[in-house]
Design a protein around this ligand. Structure first.
Ligand code: GLA
Length: 404
């Protein structure tokens, strides 16, 4: 279904770009090159929240909500891109790529940042003129920015040059986000967008930067519920604070335990031995991370054995920990999880991503998706005054170029 819709969208995008090129006064700007098309998916994280920035494990899936770029490479060291959703054309020159800006950044900077990070990594980049469209809601925690970066990495790459592995490309896009955009995110979003696989979740070891595929049982659907609660740039600073609290915890424990480089190296028993060394807020953040790593592994096992009851317990424990210890949930996220808990056919439900608003992810028995959709549409507005969005999503393939 989605791939038919996807192809129709792709054809429309290419036709629009071709029409744009034709309506321009003839000039040397666009090379006589064929229109190319790249896509990159958003992601939903099944479990393992904030563990990536502590060198631990995460279990996201790329989803069939995607960013597409139709483009024509040209010889100028410059990108000019039109966002269909925003009806806005922005551009940047490779000569003026600088990570030192402060303040709000326009959307084109995700592409500029990717160009900057690719160049820093020694990869050849090419300018292009193109059109961008997306079915990933912006700012709802489904990694639209990582998808833009991954799609951009395909459009900017010199197609003659060897392409780095998906995990290496994810690191480059993460650098764009960290150093260019100023958000100290981990590797999960870019990695999932780069390396996802249809029908599967991705177990990522965020220290080794390696992954393995974990099939999602065929009897389960993924349902994403968006709180639609407003989020803003404050999220980025709260995110960076959480990350710093975890790093402080690892440093304080590491003063007594020489093998500890990150919270990944701390197990529950070791944490309990040293809890008294940590300020209360730091101890709470660390407790979440130390236990969440274990929940990721237990979830992989439960998916492999089809233990649906265990999935329910693990998601519930993760949500409670993010709410009470890590303190990144919100009233709206808690309400969505509460609604899901009473719906027949819902196996597991929790907040997903960085929190402070955004979405929940639920595992739902196939055929029961509408139960959840209806319950959320009925009960959530009454309890919050907000109108939710609910998506049934499929685990999708990672980013790439579409065949001509
Ligand atoms: C955001 C970041 C990820 C990860 C999650 C929380 O999505 O970009 O790297 O840390 O938050 O799990």
């Amino acid at each position: 279904m989605e791939s038919t819709a996807g192809h129709a969208r792709a054809d429309k995008l290419k036709a629009r770009l071709a029409a744009m090129a034709e309506s321009e006064p003839a000039g040397p700007r666009v090379a006589e090159s064929p229109i190319r098309l790249v896509r990159a998916p958003g992601r939903v994280n099944l479990i393992g929240e904030y563990t990536d920035v502590n060198e631990g494990w995460v279990l996201p899936a790329a989803i069939d909500r995607e960013v597409w770029i139709a483009f024509q490479p040209w010889h100028r060291p410059e990108v000019e891109l039109t966002s269909l959703e925003l009806d806005q054309t922005l551009s940047f020159s490779f000569e003026a790529l600088t990570p030192e800006h402060v303040g709000a950044r326009p959307w084109i900077d995700y592409i500029a940042g990717t160009a900057w990070a690719m160049r820093e990594a020694g990869l050849p980049i090419r300018g292009f003129r193109g059109l961008l469209t997306s079915t990933i809601p912006v700012g709802s925690g489904l990694s639209s920015s990582a998808a833009v970066e991954m799609a951009a990495s395909w459009a900017l790459a010199d197609s003659q040059a060897p392409r780095p592995s998906p995990s290496a490309m994810a690191l480059i896009a993460q650098r764009a986000e960290n150093a260019y955009m100023g958000v100290q995110c981990g590797i999960m979003d870019q990695f999932a967008s780069a390396a996802g696989s249809s029908g599967q979740a991705l177990l990522i070891d965020c220290r080794r930067n390696e992954s393995s595929l974990v099939p999602i049982p065929a009897e389960l659907s993924l349902v994403v519920c968006d709180t639609r609660a407003p989020r803003d740039r404050l999220d980025a600073s709260a995110y960076n604070v959480r990350r710093a609290e975890c790093e402080l915890g690892a440093r304080l424990i590491g003063e007594r335990e020489p093998g500890v480089r990150a919270l990944r190296d701390v197990d529950v028993a070791m944490f309990e031995r040293h809890r008294h060394l940590l300020p209360d807020n730091v101890a709470q953040r660390c407790e979440h991370i130390v236990c969440e790593d274990g929940r990721v592994m237990a979830t992989v096992e439960a998916l492999r054995t089809g233990d649906l009851a265990a999935l329910g317990r693990l998601f519930a424990a993760s949500h409670a920990s993010l709410r009470d210890l890590f303190q990144v949930s919100s009233k709206e996220l808690d309400i969505l999880v509460d609604i899901a808990a009473g719906v027949p056919g819902v196996v597991a439900s929790r907040m997903t991503g960085a929190g402070f608003g955004g979405c929940t992810v639920s595992l739902v028995r196939k055929g029961a998706e509408d139960n959840l959709v209806e319950a959320v549409r009925r009960d959530y507005p009454a309890r919050t005054g907000l109108t939710p969005l609910v998506y049934v999503v499929q685990a999708a393939d990672g980013a790439g170029e579409m065949e001509a």
